[in-house]
Design a protein around this ligand. Structure first.
Ligand SMILES: CC(=O)SCCNC(=O)CCNC(=O)[C@H](O)C(C)(C)COP(=O)(O)OP(=O)(O)OC[C@H]1O[C@@H](n2cnc3c(N)ncnc32)[C@H](O)[C@@H]1OP(=O)(O)O
Ligand SMILES: CC(=O)C(=O)O
Length: 527
């Protein structure tokens, strides 16, 4: 393993993200995931700043077993004019009983004089006193030099004196912080190289993403000699976030050859990102580098035709290295190769049927022109593929008719709907009604009721998402509507699409596809 530190601050700076709130139990769960990933340091929070963080450190001592990571407590240097040994906030850092304490300190002259309202000398004394006091208590001390880059450009000598003071007082690492996130990679690289050459201190980087360069700035700092990289999983953090540590670590390991994380752990990167997103309750970003659902999804036909020969031709790495996988998207940009690859993904070998491939391409393009979208609805695509391959539509029932009644007397907030469906299945005609808090809900209930004894498997299906898009909105009430329905059973989730001028009709089409696909995958034959 390399001596480059990977320092995670998801639980501290990540938690500074708008809308992200973690309980102490959430923090313990996230810490366990971070440890499994093999990150070297986990910053748990600021003891004494709030009851949750105080509870986290108390419970971490009793409940958290870390296998490779070291826990860090975060806090500030002592207050101006006092003594570190008597400062309650500094003493609370000791009480957290972590092997590492990371102190934030001012390194920008205006922050010292205007925000802290003290002298430049006293700020250095606060750093010297706090670092040496904590080091003397046997703690490893890291120092986050806040606003370092802006401070360096305003007054280089003072910024450097902060680094020297901290290092001489016993700070093992001085992390240079781009607190306002305004730097670009060439600036970070130049400043880190200068500070490294001038002070000889062990340097770290803490980058925010306000210029969209947090990861690039972190990589630039490492190239210039920083040996400690801070960040957060999924780039959570104040304003536009911090450097995404999953991306940063993957870049450093897979592109620059640092031996940071065991390959087996790196191959769990997608799992880590999603497991933590589950705890934070923030939907994973589909276009996140390396681990996003779209990171290795290919839409263009020409890409697919090359990928069919060799995936390396359109992918920067093997997705398996980070636990991701290649996907082919079917749309009006697909060609025969896209359909062949998608077929392979779905378990169909279409390689020896060029006529079928051409037919499916033509059908997809025709339907997409009418408003269908298959890249978001794999299940409907698979049904289409089967229809084109067999020449027969898979039907679990014969539709006779359906109709909807909306009860206008049911009040403003509960538009109760009633649906009646008439169909033939398992050898007999069925008529069923269902009620729901909207027409689609009512149709869903009526269809299930009509098919309940013919297909008891339907009881396991649950509609989990319903999305509507008006496609040519400029046509007003005459517009075409597209509906996407996502359905789950205990094992799988699938999405189907329906398009029609009428939202209820579009929903019916997507609903019927959803039931057909689910039954097909459950191995049920039409009855
Ligand atoms: C760049 C970063 O993101 S660093 C991390 C920042 N994180 C947080 O602020 C989250 C946790 N913070 C908190 O819960 C609270 O702000 C606390 C508990 C730390 C302090 O709360 P309060 O005592 O009510 O003070 P408040 O938040 O208004 O101001 C912070 C005080 O710390 C002082 N301070 C700021 N930076 C430092 C520093 N590096 N060293 C010493 N004191 C500092 C400020 O000057 C201010 O002092 P004042 O009360 O004399 O004006
Ligand atoms: C320390 C920190 O979080 C920052 O400077 O952004």
């Amino acid at each position: 393993m390399s001596d480059l530190h990977v320092y995670d601050t998801t639980l501290r700076d990540g938690a500074q993200q708008e809308g992200l709130n973690l309980t102490a139990s959430d923090k313990l769960a996230i810490a366990t995931h971070l440890d499994a990933m093999g990150f070297g340091f986990i910053e748990g929070g600021w003891p004494s700043a709030n009851p949750t963080d105080t509870e986290f450190f108390a419970r971490a001592r009793a409940e958290l077993t870390l296998h490779s990571a070291v826990l860090a407590a975060f806090g500030a240097t002592r207050r101006a004019g006092g003594r570190a040994s008597e400062d309650p906030q500094v003493l609370a850092l000791l009480d957290a009983q972590t092997p590492v304490i990371t102190l934030v300190a001012k390194s920008h002259v205006r922050h010292v004089t205007d925000a802290l309202r003290t002298t430049l000398e006293e700020n250095l004394a606060m750093i010297q006193d706090t670092v040496s006091f904590l080091a003397a208590q046997g703690r490893r001390v890291f120092l986050d030099a806040e606003h370092f880059f802006d401070g360096y450009y305003l007054d280089r000598d003072y910024a450097l004196s902060v680094v020297r003071t901290a290092a001489q007082a016993g700070a093992e690492v001085v992390a240079l912080c781009d607190t306002n996130g305004g730097m670009l990679p060439h600036q970070v690289e130049a400043v880190v190289a200068d500070v490294r050459a001038t002070t000889g201190a062990r340097l770290g980087i803490h980058a925010h993403n306000d210029t969209g360069c947090a990861v690039a700035n972190s990589v630039a700092a490492v190239r210039a000699g920083a040996t400690h990289v801070q960040g957060t999983v999924n780039g959570y953090g104040e304003r536009t976030g911090n450097a995404d540590l999953v991306t940063t670590a993957a870049d450093l390991q897979l592109k620059l050859g640092y031996d940071l994380i065991a390959p087996e752990a790196l191959s769990q990167a997608l799992h880590l990102s999603h497991a933590i997103a589950e705890v934070t309750n923030i939907a994973p970003a589909g276009r996140q580098p390396y681990v996003g659902a779209s990171a290795f999804a290919h839409k263009a036909g020409l890409h697919a035709s090359a990928l069919k020969v060799d995936p390396d031709l359109y992918q920067h790495i093997d997705p398996a290295l980070v636990g991701n996988s290649m996907r082919t998207l079917v749309s009006d940009m697909a060609g025969r190769a896209s359909i062949e690859l998608k077929g392979r993904e779905l378990g169909y070998d279409l390689s020896d049927d060029p006529a079928l491939l051409a037919r499916v391409v033509a059908r997809v393009k025709e339907l997409e022109q009418q408003g269908w979208t298959f890249d978001a609805a794999d299940a409907s695509f698979e049904l289409l593929l089967r229809t084109e391959a067999s020449g027969e539509i898979l039907r679990y029932f014969e539709e006779e008719s359906w109709r909807i009644l909306i009860d206008s007397a049911s009040g403003e907030h509960e538009s109760l709907s009633e649906a009646t469906v008439k169909l033939h299945a398992a050898g007999r005609r069925r008529v069923a009604t269902g009620e729901g808090n909207g027409p689609v809900n009512a149709l869903d209930h009526a269809l299930r009721e009509a098919l309940a004894d013919a297909y008891p498997e339907l009881a396991k299906f649950e509609l989990t998402d319903f999305r509507v898009r008006i496609l040519d909105a400029d046509r007003g009430t005459d517009a075409t509507t597209r509906v996407l329905i996502t359905t789950s059973d205990a094992q799988n989730t699938w999405t189907t699409v329906g398009v029609a001028p009428n939202i209820v009709h579009a929903s019916w089409v997507a609903l019927v596809d959803s039931f057909s696909y689910g039954l097909l995958k459950a191995g049920v034959e039409p009855r």
